[in-house]
Design a protein. Structure first.
Length: 500
């Protein structure tokens, strides 16, 4: 079986199989399937040709030929890194749930395996309707994960999460059907080549914008995310932040920029405005939080503002540069957005898992309930401080690389854009280190903290894997950048070619 289908259906069918093996053997089976899927995904890296922007590992089969819909898969330098990230995070998630989830563990792990298959399908689909089906299908496992294993307000959070994200996607479907009727094909490449007038581009841009802005999520349609994070179980928060938010950023790069380049250019100011509000305003909102999960959730919104800023500031760079002179900084901005997505996947998952480690022991996420954790959990404290520094963008960690690339490129567009974006380096350090200071350092706050035990072997593996990735890509991001470079250059050619 071709490799992409193998990864997708191995995890989906493996998830279904996990349901039937029972609660005793489900953990080992889920771990084995996750590791196999990750090993298969690594072949995308080792077999990838960095010199071409063409789709690779292509699969094609007729599905609904009378409607022009096909089962078509393929990867390029944008989608391949996200697929590898997805399968890697799934391993960490399975490890995190090993001892913690005692209620229906088979259903819990099956939900994550099936969701992993759907998310890989989102990044691998080269047919727009297939992309939409996988995009919507990811809602169902997450709906169950939050709704069954979530906190006291899980029903409210689940319904809000589902309605927000489903509502946004409906507009995208209408736009896809409209464009498919114009080309008699739903292939994403056909949409890239479809000539569109100014009005059509503007309408389609907003249809995509609503769908992907909700998913990232951008201000002001971000309010579902803190509720979903607070009520979701630890692994649910990790996957939601690490992978599902990236589907919105991926959608902007795969659809909005190349399909409607003229509307993207004309309305780039709107996306930049919302991105800067997310970076600055949401950073201040994070400062005011007393719940650790909520603080990290708002931190995610702020950091994802860099992703959309990097994607749409390219039009300002081109406007302020002579023809051809902007290409290097445009490519840097888009690559910075991609690096930020991958990096945020590792760091946000790690931060939520650190909160989960504490919650498993004390059943509280309130910052005020902690203090002096380093005295009783020194190894855990080392991990949490490291991930906090990465979240604040410390040089040498992956959190610094993407933000630095975006800020550097943004200077070529507008000094004040770059200045406001760079403020997150101060704000991020403020809210992250404020939390660390009150939770980790100081004297032991109470007898509950005094009774804490340090992380066990399972938790060491879980946090150690993420720490290794954060450090590796912080010190040597070149393999990731090389993989996406040709694809980003090709995307720039699409974006700079008017359809009017």
């Amino acid at each position: 079986m071709p490799i992409l289908s193998l990864i997708i259906w191995l995890t989906i069918l493996g998830g279904l199989l996990t349901l039937f093996v029972g609660d005793q053997r489900c953990r080992m089976l889920a771990l084995v399937i996750s590791i196999i899927a990750f090993v298969f995904s690594l072949t995308l890296y080792f077999g990838f040709d960095n010199t071409t922007a063409q789709m690779q590992f292509v699969e094609h089969a007729a599905w609904l030929p009378s409607f022009g819909i096909n089962y078509s898969l393929g990867v390029d330098g944008i989608s391949a890194p996200l697929i590898i990230l997805t399968t890697f995070i799934n391993i960490v998630v399975v490890i995190s749930a090993w001892e913690v989830i005692q209620d229906k563990p088979a259903m819990y792990l099956a939900s994550f395996l099936i969701m992993t298959g759907f998310m890989v399908g989102v990044f691998a689909a080269t047919d727009s309707i297939l992309f939409y089906i996988f995009f919507e299908a990811t809602l169902l496992p997450m709906f169950l994960i939050i709704g069954i294993w979530g906190g006291p307000r899980r029903v409210y959070a689940t319904i809000k999460f589902f309605l927000y994200t489903f509502f946004g996607s409906v507009f995208m479907l209408v736009a896809l059907i409209y464009m498919g009727s114009k080309t008699d094909s739903f292939a994403i490449q056909a949409l890239h080549d479809l000539p569109l007038g100014s009005t059509a581009q503007t309408v389609i841009f907003f249809a995509f914008f609503i769908a992907f802005a909700v998913k990232i999520p951008m201000w002001p349609v971000h309010t579902w995310l803190p509720d979903a994070h607070v009520e979701a179980p630890t692994a649910g928060s990790a996957v939601l932040a690490a992978i599902m938010l990236k589907m919105g950023g991926y959608g902007f790069m795969r659809f909005s920029l190349p399909v409607v380049p003229d509307a993207s250019a004309q309305l780039s100011w709107l996306v930049i405005l919302f991105s800067l509000i997310a970076v600055v305003y949401i950073g201040f909102v994070a400062l005011a939080q007393s719940d650790m999960k909520k603080l990290i959730a708002y931190s995610s919104i702020s950091h994802m503002g860099f992703v959309t800023l990097g994607m749409f500031v390219i039009f300002g760079i081109m406007a302020n540069s002579t023809e051809g002179a902007a290409d290097g900084h445009v490519v840097m901005a888009l690559e910075g957005a991609m690096v930020q997505m991958i990096s945020h996947g590792f760091i946000s998952a790690a931060m939520f898992l650190c909160v989960g480690v504490l919650y498993d022991r004390m059943h509280s996420r309130q910052i005020a309930d902690y203090g002096g954790v380093v005295n009783t959990m020194p190894l855990f404290a080392a991990f949490m401080v490291f991930f906090a520094m990465a979240n604040a963008g410390l040089p040498g960690t992956s959190g610094f690389v993407g933000e630095f690339m975006v800020i550097l490129a943004t200077f070529k567009a507008n000094f004040w854009y770059a200045f406001l974006a760079a403020s997150t380096l101060i704000l991020g350090a403020a809210y992250t280190l404020w939390m660390v200071k009150r939770v980790v350092f100081g004297d032991v706050a109470n007898e509950n903290v005094a009774a804490l035990t340090d992380i066990n072997r399972r938790e060491k593996y879980m946090l150690g894997l993420l720490a290794a990735m954060v450090l590796f890509f912080g010190l040597w991001p070149q393999p990731m950048v090389d993989m996406m470079h040709a694809t980003i250059e090709n995307l720039v050619q699409h974006v700079t070619t008017s359809k009017l």
